[in-house]
Design a protein around this ligand. Structure first.
Ligand code: HRO
Length: 309
């Protein structure tokens, strides 16, 4: 069984990578992903200046996944730009996630990334749900359109966008219509966490995380059906773009489902946070075993071929 694939003119040994934000904050975590069986990896979403993020506890595992309100803690774009400049791209592809707190901040970072002319693939995060007072861009269609128009004027390479989950067909239509205006947006990563959920500890009668009265983005088993729907919705609506699947992956079976729904690559968040980078070897083995059982030799044998009734 061959798990290799090509994406944006890069060769991937397998379609597996981390979700931005998970196991990708600093040199140690990033090096562990580079040494892992992941086919690629992505840096923590960065801002113009370093950020401490929200008060702790700000991440908690729950029975069926996780809840987080990290608040965009990161070492600042200069650290990640330096990291991606030093990476050996012959080993595996590397993505750089960008989440400026304003259009001006995004443009400032994008100008520097362009000037650095690094092989890293940019993933523009339009869906951070946890910066108090900053409603996420992708739920404001005019703001998203303006952001993409401005970034496409500044940046000179294909890039992708990290999208939040949508829950209404009219929203899939409207979001895809905007994305399709920008051919430079070469891929769509669906989904970010489902924002502003609330997890409660029954015994202490208290919320699990400190920021925002306990409200935070959820991941894990809770989000798989929503993630698959968003992957397939954008796969159907954006035929000239690739889709990266993210959400609810913890076994090879969910990787298979994301690929079947139209994903070209698959990101792992909560399960990576809980199991560590060894998860990628397990997921690769489980995916290969499932493919072998079904008689598939390559990802292309089933990728995007979900059947309807
Ligand atoms: O709180 C965060 O740092 C965070 N948390 C998320 O669940 N998604 C994001 O995109 C970000 Cl930027």
């Amino acid at each position: 069984t061959d798990l290799s694939t090509r994406f944006l003119d890069c060769a991937f040994a397998n379609p597996l990578m981390n979700a931005s934000g998970v196991w990708c904050y600093d040199q140690t975590e990033l090096d562990a992903l580079n040494l892992s069986a992941a086919g690629a990896y992505v840096t923590k979403s960065c801002t113009l200046e370093p950020r401490a993020g929200n008060p702790e506890p700000r991440y908690k595992a729950t029975p069926l996944g996780s809840i987080n309100s990290m608040g965009l803690p990161n070492l600042g774009y200069r650290f990640y730009l330096d990291y991606v400049a030093k990476h050996d791209y012959a080993r595996k592809p590397l993505f750089m996630s960008v989440a400026g707190l304003s259009l001006e901040d995004n443009l400032a970072m994008v100008r520097e990334i362009k000037a650095a002319n690094v092989p890293a693939i940019m993933e523009l995060n339009l869906s951070c749900p946890n910066v108090p007072g900053k409603p996420q861009i992708a739920y404001d269609f005019d703001a998203m359109d303006a952001m993409l128009a401005a970034v496409c004027r500044e940046y000179d390479k294909p890039f992708g966008v990290k999208m939040p989950p949508y829950f209404d067909i009219a929203h899939f239509d409207a979001a895809a219509e905007i994305l399709n205006r920008y051919p430079q947006v070469a891929f769509v990563t669906c989904i970010n966490s489902i924002g502003n959920a609330l997890a409660i500890d029954t015994e202490t009668e208290t919320v699990l995380i400190k920021p925002k009265d306990g409200f935070g983005g959820i991941g894990g088993d809770y989000v798989l059906p929503t993630a698959l729907a968003n992957v397939n919705a954008f796969f159907r609506r954006c035929p000239d773009k690739k889709v990266i699947g993210c959400g609810g992956v913890k076994t090879g079976e969910q990787v298979f489902q994301h690929l079947l729904a139209g994903a070209s690559l698959v990101q792992v968040g909560t399960a990576l946070q809980e199991e560590g980078p060894a998860i990628f070897a397990r997921l690769a083995d489980e995916l290969a075993a499932l493919m072998a059982k079904k008689g598939y030799k390559t990802l292309g044998d089933f990728q995007g071929k979900l059947k309807t009734l």
